[in-house]
Ligand binder design. Structure first.
Ligand SMILES: Nc1ncnc2c1ncn2[C@@H]1O[C@H](COP(=O)(O)OP(=O)(O)O)[C@@H](O)[C@H]1O
Ligand SMILES: [Mg+2]
Length: 313
C-alpha cells in the first residue's frame, strides 16, 4: 500500500469520544492481523472533532457531514451524523442491519433530501442539488443490490458511466477531455482501460447479466469509476463474494484509491475487509454514531463490540 505514510500510533492525535482502549486491551494471541502486510495509516485530528489520514490533513476533505439527519415519519433513521472523509481516505461505515448506513448513502447522493444538517462535497454545500448534480460534482456509488443493465454488454455498461461524465461537458475527473474530442474508439479504449482495473477487459463483449455474481459486483464498481468521481461509495461490495474474491477486492479498492487518487467510503459487514483496508471507521447504531476511530480503536471499543462486533458470527 504505497500511499500510506507513517506508522499507526495507538492513542496519539486521536479524534473523538472513542475511549482509549487499544493500548489497554490485553493482547490476546491472534492468528494474523486483518491488515496483514499493509502498513497502518497515521490518523490525525484537524482542529475539530474529526479524524483524517495525516497525508490529507491540509487538504479540503472530500466529504464533510455536519449534524446530518433524516426522519421517516417518527423514525429518526439518521440522527446528528458528523463525518469527515479525507481526500484520499478509505473510510468505513459499519453497524448492525437497520442502523441507517444505506440511508446515509441515499442522503449523500440525494435520493433523499436531509431533514437536518449539511453535506459538504469537496467544500461545496450540496443543499438543493439533485442526484444527477451530485454525480456530476463527483459522488459515485454502487448499490447493496446490484444494479446493472443486465441485457447490455459489459463494455456498454461502462460506456454508460462514461457518458454520464461527458454529459456535463467537461471531464473534471480522470480524463479531463472536452466531449467533442471523444470518438467512439476513444470511448471504447477508455472503457477497456477501466475494465482492466479488475482484469475484466476480456469480458467486454459478455452480457452483463450472464457474468458470475462477483464479476457483476466488480463491473458495478467499474461503471461507478467511469463517471470520474472524487468520492466512491460502495454499499456492501464484498457481499456474496468468496474469501479469494474478497481479498482481491481489497487489493483493488486500495489500487483504485492509489491510481485515481480518490476517496472511498464503504459499507461492509466483512470485518477482514473493513479492518484490513479502512483507515478511519464510523460505527452507526440506531441512526447514531456510537464510535469513530482507527480499526484498532474500533475493535477495542466495548460499545461497538456490544452493539455489533460481538454479534458477528
Ligand atoms: N424510505 C424509507 N422509508 C421508511 N423507512 C426507511 C426508508 N429507508 C430506510 N428506512 C428505515 O431506516 C432504517 C435504516 O435503514 P438502512 O439505512 O437501510 O439500514 P442499513 O443499511 O444500516 O441496514 C431502517 O429502520 C429502515 O427500515
Ligand atoms: Mg444497507
Amino acid at each position: 500500500m504505497p500511499r500510506t505514510e507513517g506508522t499507526y500510533k495507538a492513542q496519539s492525535e486521536r479524534a473523538t469520544g472513542v475511549t482509549p482502549q487499544a493500548e489497554q486491551a490485553p493482547q490476546t494471541q491472534q492468528e494474523e492481523p486483518a491488515h496483514k502486510g499493509r502498513q497502518r495509516t497515521k490518523m490525525v485530528a484537524p482542529p475539530n472533532n474529526y479524524l483524517v489520514p495525516e497525508r490529507d490533513a491540509l487538504l479540503t476533505p472530500v466529504l464533510e457531514c455536519r449534524h446530518l439527519g433524516i426522519d421517516f415519519g417518527g423514525l429518526k433513521a439518521v440522527e446528528d451524523l458528523n463525518l469527515m472523509v479525507g481526500k484520499t481516505e478509505i473510510a468505513g461505515l459499519i453497524g448492525p442491519n437497520g442502523a441507517g448506513k444505506t440511508t446515509v448513502f441515499n442522503l449523500l447522493t440525494k435520493v433523499y433530501q436531509p431533514t437536518r444538517g449539511t453535506i459538504l462535497l469537496d467544500g461545496q454545500d450540496t443543499a438543493g442539488m439533485d442526484t444527477a448534480r451530485v454525480s456530476r460534482e463527483g459522488i459515485a456509488r454502487t448499490f447493496q443490490n446490484i444494479r446493472l443493465f443486465d441485457s447490455l454488454t459489459v463494455e456498454d455498461n461502462v460506456k454508460i458511466g462514461l457518458h454520464n461524465r461527458v454529459d456535463c461537458g467537461m471531464w473534471s475527473g480522470i480524463f479531463r477531455m472536452p466531449r467533442y474530442w471523444l470518438s467512439e474508439k476513444e470511448f471504447h479504449d477508455r472503457a477497456l482501460e477501466l475494465l482492466d482495473v479488475f482484469n475484466m477487459a476480456d469480458n467486454a463483449n459478455d452480457i452483463a447479466g450472464s457474468l458470475p455474481y462477483g464479476a457483476q459486483r466488480r463491473l458495478e464498481i467499474v461503471r461507478a469509476l467511469a463517471t470520474g468521481p472524487k468520492l466512491l461509495l460502495l454499499d456492501e461490495p464484498a457481499a456474496g463474494m468468496n474469501p479469494v474474491e474478497t481479498e482481491e477486492l481489497m487489493e483493488n479498492i486500495v489500487k483504485i484509491r492509489d491510481d485515481f487518487q480518490i476517496a472511498v467510503l464503504l459499507i461492509e459487514h466483512d470485518m477482514d475487509l473493513v479492518m484490513g483496508i479502512c483507515e478511519g471507521i464510523v460505527v452507526l447504531n440506531f441512526g447514531k454514531v456510537i464510535a469513530k476511530g482507527t480499526p484498532e480503536e474500533i475493535q477495542a471499543n466495548p460499545q461497538v463490540v456490544e452493539a455489533y462486533l460481538g454479534k458477528q458470527d
